[in-house]
Structure formats: structure tokens, C-alpha cells
Design a protein around this ligand. Structure first.
Ligand SMILES: Nc1nc2c(c(=O)[nH]1)N[C@H]1C(S)=C(S)[C@@H](COP(=O)(O)OP(=O)(O)OC[C@H]3O[C@@H](n4cnc5c(=O)[nH]c(N)nc54)[C@H](O)[C@@H]3O)O[C@H]1N2
Ligand SMILES: Nc1nc2c(c(=O)[nH]1)N[C@H]1C(S)=C(S)[C@@H](COP(=O)(O)OP(=O)(O)OC[C@H]3O[C@@H](n4cnc5c(=O)[nH]c(N)nc54)[C@H](O)[C@@H]3O)O[C@H]1N2
Ligand code: SF4
Ligand SMILES: [Mo]
Length: 746
């Protein structure tokens, strides 16, 4: 075999940087950035490069594991594990229906087309339970309710389809306003731009501006312009921007009316929100708001872009709706350098979008969660109610739970409640690289292939690229140990269960028919068809172009389809009749109404926000020695003035308490944060007992113990967990936090 250098790409986060994998005798020994990748061009971050340590980690799960009665896990064969899982799942299904089965789909799942497609098929097979009221269909929970589901719902309201997602044209804009995102650290999200930091510096180099609106002077803000804001003040700011644009006649009303219905309604909605009226909620001076409104309307190429910070407050759907509203009212939607829509270029795309949009809108309005009555976003319900779905008796009580590529004990509000609930399940199965904090509660843990052990095509990110681009990869190494791809596990499960499940039986029948023609219906066949039919595809030989295997064979570094996105596609993107955006929605008016009813419990004067770190990826890269070097610690950040008032000094241990829980951790005192705000990274506080030893030794606390899983605290339109702007109190703790595994000084 010898040494090979295989082009592939990283799938930890959204730029999907090109990588060269060094494979020696079948083993992955190194990863380095691919300088021949047309877009990432020799860039990869520390996480991407350290990933060899994950692939070869001694703590990795490489055989199926079964929980032992006395505690801990023991290795078990695949067939034995799957036979028992299918038998127990079948019994639960027969006795209680599909509503007794739940699946949590974690963030890395979105980076695997085969897992995404096979889970969708399984959902269809078990049925979503649209008829007959709550508690009938399979429960699907995802990381999206802590991340992006509000974006989908805002798009559904505005454009008629949750999948119409505008992205800022970073490559051509002259004014990029980044609200609640930190691309220098996150590398961009719901936006695939390799080397995004360089691309933002290009904006400044060509005479433009990048303005970051954030409660913390983040790593991005430090390199560009920073405007501090009170946490969760964004809806007020955006309403004020609209107010100014309308009041000062900065709006091209003719153009607005050609793109959208409801402009006059929006104008009335924004009328009470003058910059003077919102100043106390944003901490931003009225003159600053006015000049920003002018700049957005007068700069020919300008875009407003928001991400996690604008999604996880009290009104994430409203805030995201308003971000887009500002773009459209300022004349910045669907134009070069503005906020633009990517397309697949599929034959009949508009029809597909229309049909898909109508179906997803119907699912949204018809499927309600049993707990809290939340609408279903892309078929999923809020993960924050998962614990209550498990412990609350009745039809639809979750008794069997699968967790594939997620760690909700650390990533979802109230991990303690969830841990208790998980212990009461009749069956719990995890599919992962590690026995993480959540999977420690499983009956079975099944070993997943890592991204370098599977073929891939980044399906959900294709339309989020300002530079339309395609890349696919084959697996660069064989599965480590006995690991299997998620889709194979799902396939195996479905094959064992189709006799008792009519939906799965229909699928099995379809497969059988196809196999008569020599076609094995796999996710690869589906994604290959998409590549071939879409822009740049070979249309099954009707023209020269791409297919999955041509991409991997002839274009291993990827293929740029066009330099830029096409503008003027709005009428094809909006699926509503009339092809115009709908601005007017009662749901939005209700959310605006709620702004005036916001309340804060007594005794919690500070506001907590999140922060991402360059060498973490949510909860799951803390076992890599390379990424944890230098005695990395979990630390909170507070402003010098707040520290002084509370007699806290840099390095102290502080206790942070919310009405829902408290944690202790070390503190960094800084001027680079708005006073009254405390920033705490999530994904720490490891204790996966059978699992990742380096992570467990790193100490830290689970910040989501402070978050509420009470349905009344969950955002109503998209079921978003409230993870930012959370009221807290902070005080010096007497005890000192030590690294669990590192000896304190004597
Ligand atoms: N290194 C690294 N990269 C990552 C990840 C990681 O964990 N580490 N995670 C990946 C994932 S899953 C995602 S979803 C993306 C997220 O990508 P981003 O959204 O770009 O990343 P965040 O750091 O969450 O940025 C949110 C910003 O919002 C600010 N903020 C908080 N509350 C408010 C508010 O009320 N208003 C405003 N205006 N700002 C606020 C925070 O200070 C923070 O700077 O990053 C991805 N990339
Ligand atoms: N307080 C607070 N909480 C947050 C956030 C925040 O900003 N603040 N951000 C939220 C966001 S944006 C997100 S996306 C969520 C993430 O929440 P989750 O998706 O629940 O958690 P992760 O920490 O990403 O855990 C991913 C798991 O997948 C495993 N894994 C990695 N690759 C693979 C693979 O290829 N296959 C399989 N089967 N498993 C794999 C990892 O080992 C790890 O155990 O956290 C959310 N929680
Ligand atoms: S930025 Fe994201 S995609 Fe690029 S190398 Fe780092 S982790 Fe991988
Ligand atoms: Mo995320």
C-alpha cells in the first residue's frame, strides 16, 4: 500500500476546507490544507488539522458496546447488538406505536449526506404522524432548535419555503453588517465561504466596511469595527433601522412593492420604534442607528447578516425575519453585493421548491409537539422538550431513543433533567465516535465512521455558497475497527423491522423492484442524481458535466461552477403565488407585541451570552491533546467594572446562577465586553464516564445547566431554546476550580 496523499475536505464546520490526507498502509497519519483547492487555497484551521487525533483516538468507540448490568460497557458483535435492538424496538413499536420512538440528530449529522437522507427515509417509513393529533409519529429532535430553526421559519414566512436561505454576498459587498456572528472563530455559518476572514479583509481593502454588532468585542469585531449591543436587543435595533428608513424616505418604494407585499404594514409595525425609543433596550445611541440606516440604504452593495447570537434570544424568528426585512427594505436583497439566494439549477426547480415548500408548511402547521404544542420545523420538534417527552406519560411518550452524532446532555437546556429522563427509557441507542455524556446512558453504543471513513457530498451547504462550487470525496480510509456509517445502521434496522412497519415495508418493496433492474437504492444513488441534474451536472450523459464519481475522479480538489451567484432570482425563489415576499404576518405582530412584555426575574441583574472558541467544536473536540494543549481551561468573561463592583479579580472562581441552576468556573476580566454581560462557552463540563479521558480531565462546567427547558421559556414560532441574554447573577466563589485530572498545588 505505501504512502498516499488523497485530496478530500474537512466536514467539521461550514467552509468545508480542502484537505490532503496522508494515508500510510491504510492508516490516516496526517492532514494538511490543500493548496490546490480553488477556494480554501491552502487554509485549514487547527481543528481540521488535529482531526487525525480523533480518527486514531484510543478513546474512540470501535466496536458495538452493550451496557453491563453492574455499570460500564462491554464489546458485543454487530449482529447480536442489532438483533436485540430490533427486537426491543419492534416490541415498543407494536405496543405503543411510532410515537414511542425518538431520534436525536446532532450537528455533525448535517455534514453527512448519507445519514441525513437515510434518516429522512426512516422518518417517512415510520410516518410523521400528521393525522390523529400529537403523539402519533416518530419524534425527531435536532441541534437545530439550539441553532437555526428560527432561520427556517423566518424563510417560510417570508418566501413560502423554509429552505429559501439568503446569504450575504461577501465577495462583492462594500458594507457587511455582522450581527450576532463571529466568523473569525466560527469560520461562517449558514454561509459557506472558505477563508472568510480574508474575504472580509478584502472588503476593507477595496474601500468598504465590516461592522460587527455584538455584546462582546469578539475576535471578528477586534479586526473590524465594533458596535456593542445589549444582549437580545437586536429586534429593537432592527425595528429602529426600519423606522428610520421609512421615516426618512430612504426606501425605494416602487422597488419594494415589486419585490414584496406588506411594505405599508411593516412601516406601521416599525413606527413606534424610533431610535430614541429603543436606545434603552440596545444601548446604542440614536445617531448611530440613523447613520447605519443611511449607510445600508445608500451603499449600493450592502448586506446585513446574523447568526447564532440573533437566533437564540427570546424572539429568534422575529429577529431573523427583521434581518431580512432590513435587507429588502434597504434594497439589498437579490442584488450583487447584497443578500442573495443560491440555487441548485435543477430542472423544474421552481416546481420542486413550490411542492417542497407547501409540504413543509403543512408539516409545520399540522404537526405539534405533545409537550408545549410547538410547531414542527422540517419535521423536528424542540430538543428542549425531549426530557419531558420521555417522562410524561400518555400516547406519544418516548420509550426508545436513538442519539446519532449529538450530545444533548451538554448542548440542550437543563442537561440534568435530561440525564434523569434518559435513565427511564426502555431502550437507548447511540451512534457516535465516543461514549459522550449523553451516550453514557445508552443500552447500546454503536461505532460510527468518522468523516474520513465515508464518501461525502455536502448536500445542505450547496445553496449557501456565494461562489457556487462542487466537491465530493470518497472515503480516504476504510472504517476504523468495526465502525459503520449511520446510513448502513439505519438500513440494517429498517431491514430487520419492515415486517412490522407498513411504511418500511413499502420502502422495502420499492427497493426490491429497483433491484430487479440492478439498482441498489442507496443514499449515494440519490445524491448522484442530484449532482447530475443540477447546475454543472452531466444530466445523465445529455451534456458534459459532473457526477459523483466524475467529481471524485476528475475534480478531486473540487470544481467552481461560477464566480458569483446570479442576482434577480427572487421571483423564482419565492414560492408564494404572485412570486412576491410576504411581509405581513400575524405571528410577527404577536412577537413584536411580546417585546413590550419582556420581564426579568428579580435578583438576576446580568445577562449571559455564549462564545465559541477556536480550538473547540461544540462539545466534541476536547479529547484532542493538540487542541487542549497549554492547560486550556473553561473560562467566563466579564467587564472590569462589573468585576470591581463584585470584588472579583482576574483568575477568580465565580459562581454564576440563573433561576434554573448554577455553575462555578474561572473568570477573565476584560474591557472587551459590554458592561452587565457575562460570556461563557458551551460544550464543557465533561464526565462521559466510559468515554473521552482528556476531555474529562479538562474540568469546566455545563453552561446549559443555567438554561430553561420550561415550555414557557421556549420561543414559540420555531421552538428555539433561549441560550443568550439569559438573566444571571454572578459572585465570587470561595472554592477554587481545579482541573479534575490535574493536581492542584499542595
Ligand atoms: N471554532 C468553532 N467554530 C465553530 C463552532 C465551534 O464550536 N467552534 N461551532 C459551529 C456551529 S455548530 C455553529 S452553529 C457556528 C456558529 O457560528 P456563529 O454564529 O458565527 O458563532 P458564535 O460564536 O455562536 O457567534 C454568535 C455571536 O453572537 C454574539 N451574541 C450573543 N448574544 C447576542 C445578542 O443578543 N445579540 C447580538 N448582536 N450578538 C449576540 C456572541 O457574542 C457571538 O459573538 O459556528 C460553527 N463553527
Ligand atoms: N449554551 C449554548 N448551547 C449551545 C450552543 C450555544 O451557542 N450556546 N450552540 C448550539 C449549537 S449551534 C449546536 S449545533 C449544538 C450542537 O449540539 P450537538 O450536536 O448535540 O452536540 P455536539 O457537541 O456537536 O456533539 C456531536 C457529537 O457527534 C459526534 N460525532 C462527530 N462526528 C460524527 C460522525 O461523523 N458520526 C457520528 N455518528 N457522530 C459523530 C461527536 O463525537 C459528538 O459526540 O449545540 C448547541 N448548544
Ligand atoms: S475551518 Fe472548519 S472546515 Fe476548515 S479546517 Fe477548520 S474545522 Fe475544518
Ligand atoms: Mo450549530
Amino acid at each position: 500500500m505505501g504512502v498516499e496523499h488523497k485530496p478530500t475536505f474537512c466536514r467539521i464546520c461550514e467552509p468545508l476546507c480542502g484537505m490532503i490526507a496522508t494515508v500510510e498502509d491504510g492508516r490516516l497519519t496526517a492532514l494538511r490544507p490543500d493548496k490546490d483547492h480553488p477556494l480554501s487555497a491552502g487554509f485549514a484551521c487547527q481543528k481540521g488539522i488535529a482531526f487525525t487525533e480523533v480518527v486514531n483516538d484510543h478513546d474512540r468507540v470501535t466496536t458495538p458496546l452493550r451496557r453491563r448490568t453492574g455499570g460500564g460497557f462491554e464489546p458485543v458483535g454487530w449482529d447480536e447488538a442489532m438483533t436485540d435492538i430490533a427486537a426491543r424496538l419492534g416490541a415498543i413499536h407494536r405496543a405503543h406505536g411510532a410515537g414511542a420512538i425518538g431520534w436525536y440528530f446532532g450537528n455533525p449529522g448535517a455534514f453527512s449526506y448519507s445519514y441525513t437522507l437515510s434518516l429522512t427515509t426512516l422518518m417517512a417509513g415510520f410516518g410523521l404522524g400528521l393525522i390523529g393529533g400529537p403523539g402519533r409519529g416518530l419524534h425527531v429532535f435536532t441541534a437545530g432548535s439550539q441553532d437555526v430553526n428560527n432561520r427556517f421559519v423566518a424563510s417560510q414566512l417570508l418566501y413560502g419555503s423554509p429552505l429559501a436561505l439568503p446569504v450575504p454576498d461577501v465577495l462583492r459587498t462594500d458594507l457587511l453588517v455582522v450581527i450576532g456572528a463571529n466568523p473569525v472563530i466560527s469560520h461562517g455559518s449558514v454561509l459557506t465561504v472558505p477563508r472568510i476572514r480574508d474575504r472580509m479583509h478584502d472588503i476593507v481593502k477595496r474601500g468598504g466596511r465590516v461592522l460587527v454588532i455584538d455584546p462582546r468585542k469578539t475576535e471578528t469585531a477586534a479586526q473590524f469595527e465594533w458596535l456593542g449591543i445589549v444582549p437580545d436587543g437586536d429586534a429593537y435595533l432592527l425595528l429602529s433601522l426600519l423606522h428610520v428608513m421609512f421615516a426618512q424616505n430612504l426606501v425605494d418604494r416602487h422597488r419594494l412593492a415589486s419585490q414584496a407585499d406588506g411594505g405599508a404594514w411593516l412601516e406601521r409595525l416599525a413606527r413606534p420604534f424610533s431610535p430614541e425609543a429603543t436606545e434603552s433596550h440596545t444601548g446604542i445611541e440614536p445617531e448611530t442607528v440613523r447613520s447605519l440606516a443611511h449607510d445600508l440604504a445608500r451603499t449600493e452593495r450592502a448586506a446585513v447578516y446574523g447568526r447564532v447570537g440573533t437566533s437564540t434570544g427570546e424572539n429568534g424568528t422575529l429577529t431573523t425575519y427583521l434581518l431580512d426585512a432590513v435587507n429588502v427594505v434597504a434594497g439589498n436583497l437579490d442584488v450583487p453585493g447584497g443578500s442573495m439566494f443560491g440555487r441548485w439549477g435543477l430542472p423544474g426547480e421552481r416546481w420542486l421548491n413550490k411542492a417542497g415548500g407547501a409540504m413543509l408548511r403543512a408539516v409545520y402547521s399540522r404537526k405539534r409537539s405533545r409537550i408545549g404544542g410547538f410547531p414542527s420545523v422540517l419535521g423536528s420538534e424542540p430538543a428542549a422538550v425531549m426530557a419531558k417527552e420521555i417522562i410524561t406519560p400518555g400516547r406519544g411518550q418516548v420509550r426508545a431513543l436513538f442519539v446519532g452524532a449529538g450530545n444533548p446532555v451538554l448542548s440542550v437546556p437543563n442537561g440534568d433533567e435530561l440525564e434523569t429522563a434518559l435513565e427511564s427509557l426502555d431502550l437507548m441507542v447511540g451512534i457516535d465516535l465516543y461514549v459522550n455524556e449523553t451516550l453514557a446512558h445508552c443500552d447500546y453504543v454503536l461505532p460510527a465512521t468518522s468523516m474520513y471513513e465515508r464518501d461525502d457530498f455536502p448536500l445542505p451547504f450547496q445553496t449557501l455558497q456565494p461562489t457556487p462550487f462542487r466537491q465530493a470525496t470518497e472515503a480516504v480510509i476504510a472504517p476504523v475497527g468495526q465502525a459503520r456509517a449511520e446510513w448502513e445502521i439505519i438500513d440494517d434496522l429498517a431491514a430487520r423491522m419492515w415486517r412490522s412497519t407498513p411504511g418500511l415495508a413499502a420502502l422495502a418493496g420499492m427497493r426490491k423492484v429497483l433491484s430487479l433492474f440492478g439498482v441498489r437504492l442507496t443514499p449515494r444513488v440519490l445524491v448522484d442524481a442530484v449532482i447530475r441534474l443540477a447546475d454543472g451536472g452531466d444530466r445523465f450523459g445529455l451534456r458534459r458535466g459532473l457526477s459523483f464519481s466524475k467529481l471524485t475522479g476528475r475534480h478531486p480538489h473540487g470544481s467552481v461552477l461560477a464566480d458569483n451567484l446570479r442576482d434577480g432570482v427572487l421571483r423564482d425563489t419565492v414560492v408564494y403565488r404572485g412570486r412576491r415576499i410576504r411581509l405581513r404576518h400575524d405571528e410577527i405582530a404577536t412577537e413584536v407585541d411580546k417585546l413590550s412584555r419582556r420581564s426579568v426575574p428579580d435578583g438576576y441583574p446580568m445577562r449571559m451570552i455564549g462564545m465559541r472558541e477556536a480550538r473547540s467544536e461544540n462539545s466534541w473536540l476536547h479529547n484532542s491533546p493538540l487542541l487542549m494543549r497549554g492547560e486550556r481551561m473553561h473560562q467566563a468573561r466579564i467587564h472590569v467594572d462589573d468585576a470591581a463592583a463584585a470584588h472579583i479579580v482576574d483568575g477568580d472562581t465565580v459562581r454564576i446562577a440563573s433561576p434554573h441552576g448554577e455553575i462555578e468556573l474561572a473568570v477573565v476580566v476584560t474591557k472587551d465586553i459590554v458592561p452587565g454581560v457575562v460570556a461563557v462557552p458551551h460544550g464543557w463540563g465533561h464526565k462521559g464516564t466510559a468515554g473521552w479521558r482528556v476531555a474529562n480531565d479538562a474540568g469546566g462546567a455545563n453552561v446549559n445547566r443555567l438554561m430553561s427547558s420550561d415550555p414557557s421559556d421556549i420561543e414559540s414560532l420555531a421552538g428555539m431554546a433561549r441560550l443568550t441574554g439569559v438573566p444571571v447573577r454572578i459572585e465570587r466563589a470561595e472554592t477554587e476550580v481545579v482541573h479534575a485530572g490535574r493536581n492542584p498545588l499542595p
